[in-house]
Design a protein around this ligand. Sequence first.
Ligand SMILES: NC(=O)c1ccc[n+]([C@@H]2O[C@H](COP(=O)([O-])OP(=O)(O)OC[C@H]3O[C@@H](n4cnc5c(N)ncnc54)[C@H](O)[C@@H]3O)[C@@H](O)[C@H]2O)c1
Length: 351
Amino acid sequence: MLNVAIIGAGVGTSHLAGFAELPDSYTVKTICDLDQERGRALADTQPGIGYTASMAKVLADPDIDLVDICLPPHLHFSACMDALEAGKKVICEKPLVASLRDADRLAEKVGQTGGFLSPVFQYRFGLGTAQLRALMDAGLAGRAYAGTLETHWNRDAAYYAIPWRGTWAGEQGGAMLGHAIHIHDLLPMALGPVDQVYADLGTRVNEIEVEDCAALSIRMKSGALITSSVTLGCAEDTSRMRLMFEGFTVESDQAPYSLANKAWRFVARPPTEQSQIDQVLADVGPVLSGYAGMFDAIKRKLDGEDAPYVTLDAGRQSLEFVTAAYGSARSGLPVSLPLGPDHAMYDGWVP
Ligand SMILES: NC(=O)c1ccc[n+]([C@@H]2O[C@H](COP(=O)([O-])OP(=O)(O)OC[C@H]3O[C@@H](n4cnc5c(N)ncnc54)[C@H](O)[C@@H]3O)[C@@H](O)[C@H]2O)c1
């Protein structure tokens, strides 16, 4: 059983619901938020949860095993470093940090302290991704040829009224960093490493500093060719992933914030037969989705199981993709991965 403090009561509300699905693994002891009214209101939704405005108090509390950071992006790096230094296990919302250098510093700190840090990518967890994994494990996928990704969401002025949003200083990026990061994280999970990214970015929907539209052309190391379309100006919120493998075509659900929760559609491609696909799918599930699935994988990993928790490396990989996209958009040229300390944007993409 791990005792948890949730730092930040915005998306922290969804985290609390996720932990509540796992009462044998986690007890949320504290909600921490500078905004007393907001923090207390969340703490009061369940019995036995305390409230504090002070993260320093949380870090000094020996009863807290795990600190779950749901703060605005520009606070993630310092909060993660402080929590690791205090000997806490750490979960941190996306985007983990705003540069590859800071991601590497976090990895160093984890190494020095023997600590644990898992970035948030809750889209990875659900029936759809479990089905895809099962079909790949059964050897039915074969080579991946091509695919399309869509992050077509709607965000208006009310969304951008929160001061940190829409700014380089507060949000540290736009739709590439804050919205499409989820679906782009699914790519290496499904297809292995990214080889090259070409990106065209634009601010077309809202009066903000950062981008809210993007068109990307992505080549995987396997050779698979992917396009990704991103906008915050769609009439409704939909996400979708379509991947064409040798053995089948998969189309995800379209739920924007829980892409993997429901079953995905798998259509066999000859000589693979639909009955082979259906036979594998019949044995998948039930599985925990979203935050609960993610927290469950973390607990199982900490208990010594080989669980598919989100690694710090996966967090770095997603930032490498973001770095490549900003690098490409600014140079007008494709950017090849991986990116190390010698890359011009190793210290970040924020202008
Ligand atoms: N994974 C997802 O699907 C998802 C969804 C929404 C947001 N997010 C991410 O979660 C993070 C938070 O986003 P949000 O929408 O909840 O933001 P928010 O602004 O609504 O909430 C952040 C909270 O942090 C509090 N806070 C700020 N500084 C603090 C400090 N020093 N100590 C304690 N509390 C402090 C604020 O008072 C605020 O209540 C962002 O990184 C965002 O990108 C992820």
